[in-house]
Design a protein around this ligand. Structure first.
Ligand code: HEM
Length: 467
């Protein structure tokens, strides 16, 4: 972690002196280099222990809010004083435009209301057979390679494929022409250059400033948007909107004007759901499979629980509710490796955090990765221990100490689907396959908007009956 000499506790509201400004200027080049590697490493150490920490970078202050009570006050009680952070928009809007993830105000509210019915619990239960079918197809692909004593390979692309197929099956009624491999590559190409956009935004450089990967990123954004527009056109050609997410978006009407979503808004939203809905879930699965590979006793408990299911989940979706220990493991994996490791906002009016006032126009961040490893909130914060999420223990914990899906009105809309999906995929893969890591150490976690494993998660996949 880089320790910025300009870091001060939140209670310190003094304007910076000339000396502070000089000291700050010296930290800019190393901090930028660290930010390009992974923004998490640029956070000051205090975010792992203090309730709130303010940093200054080129005269702009960012307040990291790290204490559950203050986080609630910010994200829930004062949610209407916040908007999307400019640097995140600069990173994401070239691909996602102003869809539900990137829009604010009334425009966001309308889109959120439109999509909400897709994520009701009864709807999610209804998706389980489709999720199980995609997971079984993934399992069969792995079984085919496992039979040939395949060498270790990164498991993330295969998990991305499964998660992508699940999103397409559930949200776009299985549009068979959406191609996972080029879509996934385009998302990789796009995300791998976002740290440059973020760093340049911090420097105040204009959006057109050239940077490594920019051309590839722009081509990737074009591909993703064109492919999404073609999916919408295919649906229109069918002549009926359908009862899925795309159908809801096509039928949405502005309550005031009665107008439908523009073509651009349709692409923004559909692409947002496909991208936000599969990348994060695949990462949660990859980190989980890697963590349990080091803990045979955890894996054995999961296997026993899965073996106790009365029927395969595809046939009896209610079985998902019985996977309480497997759910604990997933939650603990998302504590150590939250797929969305940082929540960023900008204040549109003054915000009060305890005694402190933060004026309009400043950055306020919730460093979820650090919150989940906060020394005051978690005993042995770096240890993997699914028992922390035993129902009684978890219920006694402050709800705002654990935020893999965020909080407040902008909490992840896909949370229920994501958890169900992860449980069904784990329950499908684990009884048939063993995942053996190639290297003893955990992959390094790297901030690329999501939390990605640097160098992937290389593992050997072995059929269980073959030992
Ligand atoms: C393990 C998987 C997932 C994780 C960890 C995750 C995490 C998050 C987080 C932390 C946010 C809030 C961001 C913020 O407050 O700035 C969010 C928002 C969002 N997520 Fe997820 N997500 C996951 C899966 C999904 C799935 C499966 C979908 C859809 C199918 C989805 C769609 C969205 C959307 C549309 C938003 C924006 C909501 C809004 O601003 O109103 N996510 N997600």
């Amino acid at each position: 972690m880089a320790s910025a000499s300009t870091t001060f506790r939140l209670c310190d509201q003094r304007p910076p002196s000339l000396r502070d400004a000089f000291a700050e200027a010296l930290t800019v080049p190393p901090l930028l280099a660290t930010m390009l590697r992974s923004m998490i490493e640029a956070w000051p150490d205090e975010v792992y222990a203090q309730p709130a920490v303010a940093t200054r970078f080129l005269g702009k202050r960012t307040t990291y809010v790290c204490e559950p009570g203050l986080i609630r006050s910010l994200l829930v009680d004062q949610a209407d004083a916040l908007e999307r952070e400019t640097f995140m928009l600069r990173a994401l809007a070239p691909a996602l435009g102003r869809g539900i993830l990137t829009a604010d105000g009334a425009f966001w509210r309308g889109q959120r209301r439109t999509a909400a019915p897709m994520f009701r619990p009864d709807r999610i239960r209804g998706f389980v057979p489709a999720i199980a079918a995609a997971a079984e197809a993934g399992r069969a692909r792995w079984q085919a390679t496992a039979a040939q004593v395949a060498p270790a390979a990164d498991i993330l692309p295969e998990l991305m494929r499964t998660a992508f197929e699940i999103i397409v099956a559930t949200m776009i009624s299985g549009d068979s022409e959406m191609q996972v491999a080029p879509f996934g590559r385009a998302i990789d190409d796009y995300l791998s250059q976002t740290q440059w956009k973020i760093a340049l935004a911090h420097l105040g450089a204009p959006a057109w400033t050239p940077h490594p990967g920019a051309r590839r990123g722009a081509a990737a954004a074009r591909y993703l948007r064109d492919e999404t527009a073609r999916t919408i056109a295919r649906r229109r050609a069918r002549g009926e909107p359908g009862r899925d997410l795309l159908g809801l978006l096509l039928e949405a009407r502005d309550p005031e004007t009665g107008l439908g979503l523009s073509e651009e808004a349709l692409v923004d939203n559909l692409l947002t759901f496909v991208a936000a809905g599969h990348e994060t879930t695949a990462l949660a699965l990859a980190w989980t499979l890697r963590l349990i590979a080091d803990r045979p006793e955890v894996e054995a408990r999961m296997l026993a629980e899965i073996a106790g299911l009365p029927a395969p989940l595809g046939q009896k979706p209610d079985g998902v509710e019985r996977l309480t220990y497997t759910r604990q493991v997933l939650m603990e994996a998302m504590r150590l490796y939250p797929p969305a490791p940082l929540i960023v906002r900008r204040t549109v009016r003054e915000v009060r955090l305890g005694e402190t006032r933060i004026p309009a126009g400043e950055s306020v961040h919730v460093p979820v990765y650090a919150l989940h490893r906060n020394r005051g909130l978690w005993d042995r914060p770096d240890a993997f221990d699914p028992d922390r999420f035993a129902p009684a223990i978890h219920a006694a914990r402050d709800r705002y100490a654990y935020l893999p899906f965020g909080a407040g009105p902008r909490v992840c809309i896909g949370m229920g689907l994501a958890i169900t999906e992860c449980l069904v995929v784990l329950a499908t893969l684990l009884p048939a396959l063993r995942f053996v890591p190639e290297r003893a150490e955990m992959p390094e976690a790297q901030f690329r908007v999501t939390l990605r494993p640097r160098g992937g998660v290389p593992m050997r996949v072995v059929a269980r009956h073959a030992g």
